[in-house]
Write a protein that binds this ligand. Structure first.
Ligand SMILES: [Zn+2]
Length: 618
């Protein structure tokens, strides 16, 4: 039999919405708009719950409340009112209201309040350590409940359906305690369990498959004795899944005098990961297990080691690069997470339309040297892979030597640098010239021999792509000259240099508009184009972006196309500053100018540009 609900409110929209809300949940709902109507209805039809507005056209809701409670003292009356002052709330409660909701209210909260349940938003909830200790994480995960507090011997559990009697019975038996249900109106239980118990606390039920793959020398896969390692494997799986879900590029696992720590690098910035207590005791097993998975020597604790893990679970396929360092309190691990299937295309890098238009012809040339420059982590290899995937039409033979191979591309012969056996960029480059290539990609030019080989390969009819570790595009030229390349050779081979940085993208959900004037920019050493004030955006932070204000990254670029004008400067061995100024005078966008365009478009913030581009580049 449906329960009876009476809604007393003179606003028709509220009545309609509440009627729909409760009817959907099996109630029979009657709505009235006046004090008189409410009392008359209650005389005819008893109700189980009354929702009562205080401002009624023919009288005060407080008086109606008193009369209802006088006639049926046990009736549950919940006040719903736009009046939110403490005196009114106190008076309503004194007159017998079961609860008081201030308009505007969340409808889910209204339903649970009417039913007599407390309701929580899990995204902001802080669980009591006592409650966490009382409810094992496995129980929380299996039954999808989140312990909040222990009060008067009762365990308060947040649950999706607080009216699930069978679930309550089971939990009562399992925990040996009385349970007070709390309804959830926002937030995700699994995420809250992870946040409050810490990563690694739980045991996920999913079937994990982790296998090893040695890129160069395949070795037979050893199966571990399962019993004691199963828990650690699940924990490692959870760590990797967590990092991947957060879009982390790297996972750091380290230990100091205070115990272990875990951090994730997201959009170039490190963030702490909450760590479960069991991690301290499991630390050695975690490191060992990672080493086994990466095919490293687990008996070696004194030397650095590098390895690789192929992580494959459902749709998550990751190529993990593991680096182990012996540190003071134990070995530390850094795991780079690479998504082999995720290769960017040229138009996804963040080039301006003009830069894209200038770069495309350089890639179509059959010969020449095209370089990408920038510091570590500026996205150079992402750009090289975008170039390669554009060039990879099946009509040209492409050979690469890389360190490391981040993505595997179809029909491309990719070589991994292996210093241990003497395979360097230079030796690889020398050999690959006998492999009939049309296009050559060399991961990095950092010594004279590689520079010479790259230039001579470009000179003998190959398109050569590589990177240099310099601040801007023009410095790339002087670096090559410093490495002993003759200016006339560089003139006839170098076609362009693309310099780049990665900037964080503002979270579109929470970015804030700010107006900035010329004077305050001048104070920061920034010359603003134009006069007056300009409208920019700044990071704020919300749930969507984990309170960072940013979500994702994009490239900002500076493209130096080597034309006759640049060649004339190059042959005279002009300084990088002179080359740079000359390129700008001809209309090329500097890194700063490209960044400024992105900032004006609301994609990034001034703070982010200033963080990424040092003063000399502004
Ligand atoms: Zn946000």
């Amino acid at each position: 039999m449906p329960r009876e609900l009476l809604v007393v409110d003179d606003e028709p929209q509220i009545c309609t919405a509440l009627a729909a809300l409760f009817e959907e949940r099996g109630f029979h709902v009657t709505t009235v708009g006046t004090a008189q109507g409410a009392l008359e209805h209650l005389e005819r039809t008893p109700a189980d719950i009354v929702l009562l507005d205080l401002r009624l056209p023919d009288g005060s809701g407080l008086d109606v409340l008193s009369q209802i409670k006088h006639q049926v003292p046990t009736l549950r009356v919940v006040v719903i009112s736009g009046i939110g002052d403490q005196d009114t709330i106190r008076e309503a409660l004194e007159r017998g209201a079961s609860d008081y909701l201030t308009k505007p209210f969340d409808f889910a909260r209204c339903f649970y309040t009417a039913m007599g349940f407390e309701a929580v938003d899990l995204t902001t909830v802080q669980a009591d350590p006592e409650a966490l200790a009382r409810v094992p994480v496995a129980v929380a995960q299996q039954y999808h409940v989140m312990p909040l507090r222990i009060s008067q011997g009762m365990v308060e559990l947040a649950m999706a359906d607080p009216m699930d009697i069978q679930l309550l019975d089971e939990l009562h038996t399992l925990l040996g305690a009385d349970i007070r249900q709390v309804a959830i109106i926002a937030g995700d239980i699994a995420e809250t369990i992870r946040r409050c118990y810490g990563v690694g606390a739980g045991v996920s039920q999913s079937d994990v498959r982790v296998s090893r793959r040695e890129p160069a020398l395949p070795t037979p896969v050893r199966e571990e004795s399962s019993a004691e390692t199963a828990g650690v494997v699940r924990l490692i799986n959870e760590l990797i899944q967590h990092a991947h879900a957060n879009r982390a590029s790297d996972l750091h696992v380290g230990i100091g005098a205070q115990g272990p720590w875990i951090q994730e690098r997201i959009d170039g910035v490190l963030y702490d990961v909450p760590v479960a207590k069991q991690l301290t005791t499991l630390y050695l097993s975690i490191i060992s297990r990672f080493k086994v998975m990466a095919n490293l020597n687990i008996a070696e604790h004194r030397l650095p080691q590098d390895g690789r893990i192929w992580f494959d679970q459902g749709t998550t396929k990751l190529d993990l690069r593991v680096s182990v360092l012996p540190t003071l309190h134990g070995e530390s691990l850094v795991i780079r997470l690479l998504e082999p299937s995720r290769v960017f295309q040229l138009d996804q890098l963040g080039l301006t339309e003009e830069q894209h238009g200038q770069l495309a012809p350089l890639l179509e040339k059959p010969t020449g040297l095209l370089l990408v420059t920038g510091p570590t982590g500026s996205g150079k290899s992402t750009s090289l892979y975008a170039f390669l995937s554009k060039l990879n039409t099946g009509r040209a033979s492409i050979v690469t030597i890389e360190d490391p191979i981040e993505h595997e591309l179809p029909h491309i012969a990719q070589m991994q640098v292996q210093p241990k056996i003497g395979l360097s960029f230079a030796t690889g480059l020398r050999s690959m010239l006998r492999h009939d290539p049309d296009i050559i990609m060399v991961g990095e030019i950092r010594d004279q021999e590689t520079a010479n080989l790259a230039v001579s390969a470009a000179l003998t009819g190959h398109l050569v792509l590589s990177t240099l570790h310099t601040n801007d595009a023009a410095s790339g030229i002087t670096r090559l000259l410093d490495l002993g390349i003759e200016p006339f050779l560089l003139c006839s081979t170098l076609s362009g240099i693309l310099s780049q940085r990665l900037v964080r993208l503002l979270c579109p959900k929470c970015r804030q508009s700010v107006s900035v004037d010329k004077a305050s920019l001048m104070a920061m050493g920034i010359t603003m184009p134009g006069e007056g004030t300009t409208q920019l955006w700044r990071a704020k932070g919300c749930k969507q972006c984990r309170e960072t204000g940013y979500h994702g990254r994009t490239g900002v670029f500076e493209l130096l196309t080597v034309d006759h004008h640049i060649r004339s400067l190059l042959i005279k061995r002009m300084s990088s500053t002179q080359i740079r100024q000359s390129a700008m005078a001809q209309g090329a966008n500097s890194l700063w100018q490209s960044g400024w365009l992105k900032m004006q478009a609301g994609l990034t913030s001034l703070e982010e540009l200033v963080r990424i581009l040092p003063r000399e580049l502004r």
